[in-house]
Design a protein around this ligand. Structure first.
Ligand code: PMV
Length: 315
């Protein structure tokens, strides 16, 4: 009745932005990510006959606000889907730098999906686990796997799942912390505003489908340069779309790092920028270039280094 699981965060190379179904968290398009090795969540779920409600601790703090509600709703879904008759004590530790623009909800819900099912002796396949984690947070569906991962948009609960599509492991990911203050609007609320812009939404879907196809081809051919150009332009496109819906995540520091990336690239080193629902910039490159570039980024921002990580695991 007790189980502990560990899951890493991931960064999207082809972004997920927007839902076609909110209840089941089905995305507008498929997406592709890389799982990191340095930033993770460890969660223990203990079912207890005596509990009248779930109890949640994050980083040793009792949580009772909207974060609790989100976890409780997720646990309700799990209880309903797998006929689990107990409430649980959930203890979660995040080893993800706060406000770094790394979606700790991805590692959190991925670890929780694994711990909450295994604690009741339900041994799901990774595919089923991925669909389940998706109900907590879309990007969590991808953190079930290591390496390069594709989340298939699907059309219902079980057809919307992720799978590993490559084990490329010579990548390095730099995270440039340009601003660690609270995000203005979370990705969930922000992506829903896209529904108010049907024309923009249609363009976003078409462009993302194209980018996804090209990215899959580049991954298949192990063509890092092409992967880089596609991921950077798709991230820029997402931020253009977000901007058009009246939300701004990037600031002048973010653009400074994007410009620096272009400069380094023009000197012949393959570095590419991507950014999510916040101002921090992630640089995708290969391990062999880190020593050459790290100090240049550090001049502008605190910079963390990560490599390619594994999928969710029991510990
Ligand atoms: O799954 P969420 O709600 O954390 O949304 C993730 C959205 C982005 O990080 C901006 C893109 C992505 O695909 O991870």
């Amino acid at each position: 009745m007790k189980h502990t699981a560990k899951a890493n965060v991931n960064i999207a190379l082809i972004k997920y932005w927007g839902k076609k179904n909110s209840e089941w968290n089905l995305p507008l398009t498929s997406s592709i990510s890389v799982t990191l090795d340095k930033f993770y969540t460890i969660t223990t779920v203990t079912y207890d006959n005596n509990l009248k409600e779930d109890i949640l601790y994050i980083d040793n703090n009792l949580i009772v606000d909207s974060e609790f509600l989100r976890v409780k709703n997720f646990m309700d879904k799990i209880r309903q889907l797998y006929n689990i008759p107990y409430y649980a004590k959930i203890e979660s530790m995040n080893y993800v730098p706060k406000k770094a623009g790394l979606a700790s909800s991805a590692s959190a819900f991925s670890a929780l999906a694994k711990a909450a099912t295994m604690a009741y002796n339900i041994n799901l396949s990774d595919k089923e686990l991925s669909s389940l984690a998706r109900l907590g947070s879309g990007s969590a569906s991808r953190s079930i796997y290591g390496g390069i991962v594709k989340w298939h948009e699907g059309f219902d609960h079980l057809s919307s799942y992720a799978e590993q599509i490559s084990t490329i492991d010579d990548l390095a990911i730099l995270i440039c912390l340009v601003d660690t203050s609270e995000k203005k609007i979370n990705s969930r609320d922000a992506m829903n505003t896209l529904n108010k812009y049907p024309k923009l939404k249609k363009e976003w879907i078409l462009n993302t489908k194209d980018a996804l196809e090209s990215m899959e081809q580049a991954i298949f051919e192990n063509d890092f340069e092409s992967m880089g150009y596609i991921l950077e332009s798709h991230a820029k496109l997402m931020h253009y779309v977000i901007q058009e819906t009246g939300i701004t995540y990037l600031n002048h520091k973010s653009f400074e790092i994007i410009d620096l990336t272009e400069k380094i690239r023009n000197e012949g080193i393959p570095v590419f920028a991507t950014m999510d629902a916040g101002p921090n910039i992630k640089i995708i490159t290969k391990k062999e270039y880190i020593q050459k570039i790290i100090s240049r980024y550090e001049k502008h921002a605190t910079t963390l280094v990560s490599f390619v990580g594994k999928g969710v695991e029991s510990i």
